[in-house]
Ligand binder design. Sequence first.
Ligand SMILES: Cc1cc2nc3c(=O)[nH]c(=O)nc-3n(C[C@H](O)[C@H](O)[C@H](O)COP(=O)(O)OP(=O)(O)OC[C@H]3O[C@@H](n4cnc5c(N)ncnc54)[C@H](O)[C@@H]3O)c2cc1C
Length: 486
Amino acid sequence: MRNETALVWLRQDLRLTDNRALWEACQTYRTVIPIFIHSPKEYGGWPPGAANRWWLHQTLLSLAQSLQNCGSQLKFFEGSALSVIEQLVAEQNISAVYCNRVNEPALLARDEKIEKQLTRKGVDFFRFNDRTLVDINEIQTKTGSPYKVFTPFYRSWRKQLANQDNAVLPKPKITTFDLTLTNEKQLDTLNLLDSFNWHHKLAHYWQPGEQQALDVSQQFIEQRLPDYTSQRDFLNYQTSRLSAYLQLGVISPKQILAQLVQYEVFPDNSQAEHFVREIAWRDFANSILVHFPKTTDQPLNERYKNFIWHNDNNAKQFLSVWQQGKTGIPIVDAGMRELWATGTMHNRVRMITASLLCKNALIHWLHGARWFWDTLVDADLASNSLNWQWVAGCGADAAPYFRIFNPVTQSKKFDPEGKYIRRWLPELTNLDNKKIHAPHESIKTKSASLSLELGDTNDIPKPIVDLKQSREQAINHYQSQLSHLN
Ligand SMILES: Cc1cc2nc3c(=O)[nH]c(=O)nc-3n(C[C@H](O)[C@H](O)[C@H](O)COP(=O)(O)OP(=O)(O)OC[C@H]3O[C@@H](n4cnc5c(N)ncnc54)[C@H](O)[C@@H]3O)c2cc1C
């Protein structure tokens, strides 16, 4: 144990248990100062969105309390991370800075710069992989290049998972002396919360904290995992809801794996295997982000580089109606309203709403990605970019351009009783299970009984697009653009 002081710089690893950087620092240094630096200008154009900032605030509050319970203190700062760290190094005679890896391109570049500066001053800078379940640098093709297709990535990833040490690290004993540091801030003054208090509603759906994350995971394994494969696409089934905890590292993927093992459902249970495969998608997204950093703003598939998306006034109007959940297509509107009310959306509906925007309306996927970025509590640059590009057809292992979700068919299949639609569009409550998926279809065919049956659903806007026509137009547009760009 070195009788000196180390900093633990917490970023997207906001937990005490199974935190490699915190653990290693506490094993080596007698005094450890945990810090968080809010530096929105250093995210390369993707600073945390509004819903995610609310989640960050709640999570930091909870983490600060946990650290206090252990006799330590979480110190908050804002501004340039390099300046804050350099100042602390000088003032507190810091010997080493510990952190866990982040994969956002701008943050990776920042880490490299900080590492150089610190090394020059004789201060150690340690970074550990704690972000993904498997170290993505270990997953390469035989020729040493990164995978662009999920299935072979997964095969290699799964082998690595079976061979690696998956033990979870315990919570370390942390010693921090009572300190007041120059330029230290209070959490409230970081302004993570918007001044307009729109976010109070999110508190009904999300409870921060490490214990909470473990409980959410445990409840899912006990109660819903047995139906995961058969039910996960159905809108009334709740998947694990762990993504927001994973995004800020409130729980590590290894802790989730350990719970599956503890319940004896992994590795020999097909439901758990399927669930772990979804976690592999998260790792795949991180791998694409690290190896193809431009994919936050540009398509992975070069053929789409000069693709012409619609950007006229009609497209702008469409985007606004889509954001407000007023397209007149119930499943889409229900999804967009779920997103606005709760900061999340069922995975299948994310695909359906995104497909309507990028395919039927031919609007650039980045407009959709930006809206999700601002409204999703689990907004994550790797997963959001990968999935939007997947839907738009221009990304890794993407849906082919002619795969265009029909929202009405999807709605009938995955919300057969209309329960999800009724929850988010109460104005449709009185429609029967057949009509609820496409009210205006029944308006056309049974106009005589229409007003009686629809009641106050006369407010329902007409569908903003004709689904059949826009599908054909989209396929023609994609075909002509892609043949042009060959
Ligand atoms: C257009 C679009 C945008 C998306 N944006 C995000 C985002 O910003 N942040 C985010 O975490 N997920 C995103 N996803 C992926 C997915 O919708 C969510 O991870 C999932 O709905 C979270 O719910 P859950 O935790 O209950 O998932 P579960 O089904 O319980 O899955 C367990 C975990 O696996 C991972 N996972 C599952 N599906 C995916 C996937 N398709 N891609 C990557 N990881 C996955 C998540 O970490 C998730 O928590 C997006 C999907 C689409 C189609």
